[in-house]
Every structure is written in C-alpha cells, then in structure tokens.
Design a binder for this molecule. Structure first.
Ligand code: ADP
Length: 485
C-alpha cells in the first residue's frame, strides 16, 4: 500500500539539527519518498536553518497567510524547498516573528506559539495543497498537539477523513510543559485538554499527544518498555501504560551514505573490514590533529555528545582522571552543553596532556574523525531512547562501551570471549563503579588482539540500515490506517 504522509518536524538533518530527531526526520522521509510514498515534509524556516542545498520557491496563494493564536495574530508564508534529486521537497513555514531566532529552541514566553503555528500551518498546507494524508506523523512535544487538532478543527473535513495520527517520541525528557494560562492560544483543541493537568495549572503537550494520537511509537523496543516504568517514565508512565501494548519501539537506522568508513567524505583515509589500514591512519591523523599521544599501548577512547544529565557525564567525574593518571587510556571528547560538564572536560584535558583532548562545540567533521580514529567509544547514558553514536561506532570498527539502557541495549551485545559472540562492552548500572569496570574490561580486551579483532569484526558486520527501520514504520502506518476513529 502506498501512503500519503504529512510528516511534521522541528528538525531535519543536515539543515536544522539539535539531536537525533533531525537524523530520523531526514532519513525516514528520504527512504519513504524513494519507495514511492507521497510525502509532505513540513518544518519551520528557522533563521538558524542551513539553506545549503535547498532552493526556496514561493507557492502560489500560500504567502501572506494569517493565523490567530489566542490574542496574537501572525502572518506567515509556506515555501517549497527543492533539494537534490532523490530527496523529497520540503514545505517550509516562514514566520519571522516566531522563527527568526538564533537557535532552534528557546525559553521565551512564546515558545509554545512557535510550535502551535507549525502544527496549524501543516494542516493549512494540506488544505491549500489539496494533500489528503493517510498518516499525520508528529514528532516529539513540538507537534504533539496535532492529534488534538485532527479531532477538533479537522473533524468533518473530507480532506482529513482518512487521516490517522502517529506520534513518535524521540526523547521523553522533553515534554513541552506550559502554564495553563496559554490554553486560550490552542483554539478548539483546548476542549480536549486533560482536566487533571489543568487543575495543576499546566498543559503538557507530549502527554496530550500520547493520549490522543491514534498510534504512539518510540525509537527502540527497550525504551518503549522503559518509558512505561516509573523510573524512566518521567511522570508519563501512567498515560503510556494506559495505552497497553500500543507503544511500538522501532530502532532508528543510520544514514549509511554519510556514515560509511569505506567512503566517508569527511575523512582523509578510508577502510573496510577486509582492510583496516585506513583506520590506523585515521588514528594517527586524529592524534596529530588534537596533539594527542598516538601510542598504541593504550586504547584511545572517544565521546561525541550533548553534555546533559541524560548522558551520564557525572558518572565519569572520578573515573576518567583515575584512568588517565594510570595511563590506562587516552581520551578525546567533543561536545557542548552543561557548563559544569564543559569545565570538567576542559580541566581534564589541561591536567592530562598529551593523553586527553576536549573540543567544545558542535563539529560534524570532527565527530566523523573521532568515530573513525578511536579504538573505543564511551556512552554511559542514564537513559538513551535510541542513540546513534553506538551504531556509527559499530560500523567504524570502534568498540562501543555502553550502559544497558534503551537503544544502547538493543544495538550492542556484550562480547563474550569464550564464544567470540558480541559487539561491545555493556554495563548495567548507572554508577561510577560500573563505568570503572567497563573501562577496565575494555582495556584488558584491547590487550588480547585476537578477541579484540573478533569483536570489531562482529560489530562491523551488523546492519543498521534505514531500510529495515522504514519497513517497521510502514507496518506502523498500516496498523494506524486500519484503526477505526
Ligand atoms: P541525542 O539526540 O540525545 O543528542 P543521539 O545519539 O540520538 O543523541 O544523536 C546525536 C547526534 O548528534 C549524533 O549524530 C551525534 O554524532 C551528534 N552530535 C552530538 N553532539 C555533537 C557535537 N558536539 N558535534 C558533532 N556532532 C554531535
């Protein structure tokens, strides 16, 4: 069956990216388009959006549109963004009053309006372009109210008669919680808001989407189970459990064009499981670039990450200085976020030259170099809905050291030297001792060349293509489409 899908997102790689949502949006829509499904991919024309590779065109009759949100009146236009052959066009919502900001997200008082407008504009784009969606695919809190609009403003409209909503949760940690005072900005959808939340004086966008979407998915099977527990449900486990078995976990794929060690355009040297010379060269090049000791006697461990509580950085506070002082590992970290974490890594690098390097900021090219040049890659996440870097690491022959949570648990199998099975080092607990054990275990295995080579080869043989993930989304769409209203 071919689907007409209106895919609404705040991010799309490589143009507007804060995290994994951008990668999923880009890859899934590209595969669905390639398979002949009819797509309307809607996102804000953020000022921060990199327009390279997008040719913007006005659409007849779709400029100077207006929308009233509560007491505020907005003017916006809908533009078409043509891209390279093989990629679906974008539908970009141009509303400078809301999207002319330095960052994709902010904390100003109108943050909810920015995404209410996106949601309402997506429905308007469907109407004005005569696009009758089978599936309205919403992503994260930003577009989680779309299912409510489908049931209110769109009710009775023939164009939306077939439409079923799919809400994908990329990270339950971001819920879009606003004071109840903004309810008036929601228009008719406000009638469906949860009374209990209202009594508490708030509106939780993601919660509303979970309750009202026809189907809810998240980005790995383990995370789908975890978010139904009080430990990782972030206050929404009750509403998630209330949906019974309906939360579907689909592990993200990786963009195999961008992330392939055989022809990664960001790397000077390439390699494959059959010839790993290029990886050794990348290791040397990475060490030279960062002023790191390139000695082979200790493993070079990499991290590329947002520096946020979720990522378990605080678990490393004592462990990394110890390991570096013992000269058991060398380390390269790329990331930005929490200033406490940034300071920690800056000091760590200053205290341990030439074994540790830290680069603050977002650097796509360096991220590729780290994946290719390191021996191991550390992800001590407290929770991880899916995670991409562990999958890049596996493809790049870089042994992932991960906590057994979410998508990390679903994509990395602990290596057993007796059977030769497994692809990385997996530890259970979110505590420093567990990380200490994992690093020690990794360093010991690094010394056993045969076991290490086997573990690396096992990882490089894993398939994380988007084709597999897209099959699962299509099953989800079929399931949603067959649901009665
Ligand atoms: P999250 O969405 O929680 O940030 P994911 O692992 O799902 O984590 O996706 C993060 C993506 O962002 C990966 O592609 C990762 O390589 C990239 N990334 C994160 N921080 C940086 C950085 N400082 N520089 C370059 N890429 C980064």
């Amino acid at each position: 069956m071919k689907f007409s899908v209106c895919f609404v997102t705040a991010e799309l790689a490589p143009h507007a990216k804060a995290g994994g949502l951008a990668d999923v949006s880009a890859a899934l829509t590209r595969v669905l388009h390639a398979r002949g499904h009819d797509l309307l991919v809607v996102l804000p024309l953020h000022t921060a959006l990199d327009r390279t590779g997008i040719s913007l065109e006005p659409i007849d009759g779709l400029d100077g549109l207006s929308l009233q949100l509560g007491s505020q009146h907005f003017r916006y236009s809908i533009l078409r963004g043509r891209r390279a052959p093989g990629l679906p066009d974008l539908v970009l919502v141009d509303c400078p009053a809301l999207y002319d900001r330095s960052d994709l997200y902010g904390s100003a008082a109108d943050e909810h309006l920015r995404f209410l407008l996106l949601s309402r504009a997506a429905l308007d784009a469907c109407r004005r372009l005569g696009f009758a969606p089978d599936i309205l695919h919403c992503n994260d809190w930003h577009t989680a109210l779309l299912p409510l609009y489908l049931r209110t403003t769109c009710a009775g409209e023939p164009l939306f008669a077939r439409a079923r909503s799919v809400l994908s949760i990329h990270n339950l940690g971001y819920q879009g919680v606003f004071p109840y005072a903004v309810a008036g900005d929601l228009g008719p959808a406000a009638a469906l808001l949860d009374r209990g939340e209202a009594a508490e004086g708030r509106i939780n966008f993601l919660r509303e989407g979970i309750v009202h979407a026809d189907t809810v998915s998240t980005v790995s099977p383990t995370y789908a189970r975890e978010i139904c527990t009080p430990e990782l449900g972030m206050g929404l486990d009750g509403v998630l459990r209330a949906r019974g078995d309906e939360i579907v976990g689909i592990l993200n794929g990786v963009d195999t064009d961008a992330w392939d060690p055989r022809h990664d355009r960001r790397l000077p040297f390439h390699y494959s499981p059959g010839d790993m010379t290029g990886k050794a060269r990348m290791r040397e090049a990475l060490c030279a670039r960062l002023g790191l000791d390139a000695g082979l006697s200790r493993p070079l461990v990499g991290m590329v990450t947002r520096l946020a509580w979720q990522k378990g950085i605080d678990l490393l506070f004592d462990v990394l200085p110890e390991a570096l002082s013992r000269r058991a590992i060398s380390l390269v970290v790329l990331g930005s976020g929490d200033p406490v974490h940034e300071d920690y890594f800056s000091r760590l690098a200053a205290d341990h030259p030439p074994l540790a390097a830290y680069r603050q900021g977002y650097d796509e090219e360096l991220a590729h170099w780290i994946e290719a040049g390191c021996d191991a890659f550390l992800m001590p996440s407290r929770y991880e809905p899916c995670g991409l870097n562990q999958m890049y690491s596996l493809r790049y022959g870089t042994v992932p050291i991960v906590r057994r949570t979410g998508g990390l648990a679903d994509s990395v199998q602990h290596f057993d030297p007796r059977t030769g099975q497994g692809t990385g080092i997996v530890f259970n607990d979110a505590d420093p001792d567990a990380v200490r054990w994992a690093l020690g275990h990794m360093a010991a295995l690094y010394g056993e060349r045969q076991a290490w080579t086997r573990m690396v080869a096992n990882g490089m043989a894993r398939d994380f293509s988007w084709d597999t993930a897209a099959d699962r989304y299509l099953e989800l769409y079929a399931q949603a489409a067959s649901r009665p209203r």
